[in-house]
Design a binder for this molecule. Structure first.
Ligand code: DC
Length: 228
């Protein structure tokens, strides 16, 4: 087996995390959820009063960014949990409070530089499947496999809404979830620093009409073909 890096980029709720995780289980590659890192920084900002009226206190954050440690550990179900300064924040980073603010934090250049450096260090020896927005363009431009996943905004909002409901989180209506998806798409794809963009050599998959297991199998097939 060749030890390779796989980059899975795309919009939020396009099913890319699930595909990447399934490939990691199948192949033995290490799965890294780069969005969880931006979410953890956002939680740090919220917990420390660094976000006011949709604006981040960049001065204070820039002084503290090097003291923020983000790591991943497997839980007893075999799933990866995100830790912020050694505290398990997996549940907190998935709620709407973080989702509503993460795009503005992820658009800050010094935040991106710090995260990209950590992500590149994780993939230095290869053997990583990482999902995000800029993995194929900025983090691992030399990844052996690059995938770009698209999906209609309505379908993605429906998926996220069902996920929240299944977790017992009834604080948001479908319209609010859809508005959040559309707002994040806009900020992610129009920001100056590493906007969401398909790498020229990435293979595109439209997941609007696919089941999660079908899109995961599509990525496994791509991986198997590469290994042949
Ligand atoms: O994949 P996600 O929805 O958990 O990502 C959360 C946010 O982080 C999203 O608004 C985009 C941003 N992000 C990014 O800018 N770059 C990445 N590599 C991953 C996520």
């Amino acid at each position: 087996m060749k030890k390779i890096n796989v980059a899975v980029d795309g919009t939020s709720s396009s099913g890319k995390s699930c595909m990447a995780r399934t490939l990691a289980e199948y192949s033995g590659l290490t799965y890294i959820d780069s969005g969880a890192m931006y979410r953890a920084i956002t939680l740090f900002c919220l917990n420390n009063g660094l976000i006011h009226d949709g604006k981040v206190d960049e001065d204070t954050l820039s002084k503290q960014i090097n003291d923020i440690s983000i790591s991943f550990k497997k839980n007893d179900k075999g799933l990866q949990d995100t830790y912020l300064n050694d505290v398990n924040v997996e549940k907190d980073i998935r709620g709407l409070r973080v989702s509503d603010n993460v795009s503005i934090v992820a658009a800050i250049p010094f935040v991106r530089h710090a995260m990209v450096a950590q992500q590149q260090a994780m993939g230095k020896e290869r053997g990583v499947v990482m999902d995000g927005r800029d993995i194929g363009t900025t983090v691992f431009p030399d990844a052996e496999i690059k995938v770009f996943v698209t999906c209609s905004a309505h379908e993605r909002a429906m998926r996220r809404f069902r996920e929240l409901q299944a977790k017992g989180d009834t604080s948001a209506t479908f319209e609010q979830v859809l508005a959040n998806v559309q707002m994040r798409d806009k900020i992610d794809s129009t920001r100056k620093e590493s906007p969401l963009r398909k790498a020229d050599d990435a293979i595109e998959l439209d997941s609007t009409h696919l089941q999660l297991h079908e899109q995961s199998q599509w990525l496994i097939n791509l991986y198997d073909n590469y290994q042949e």
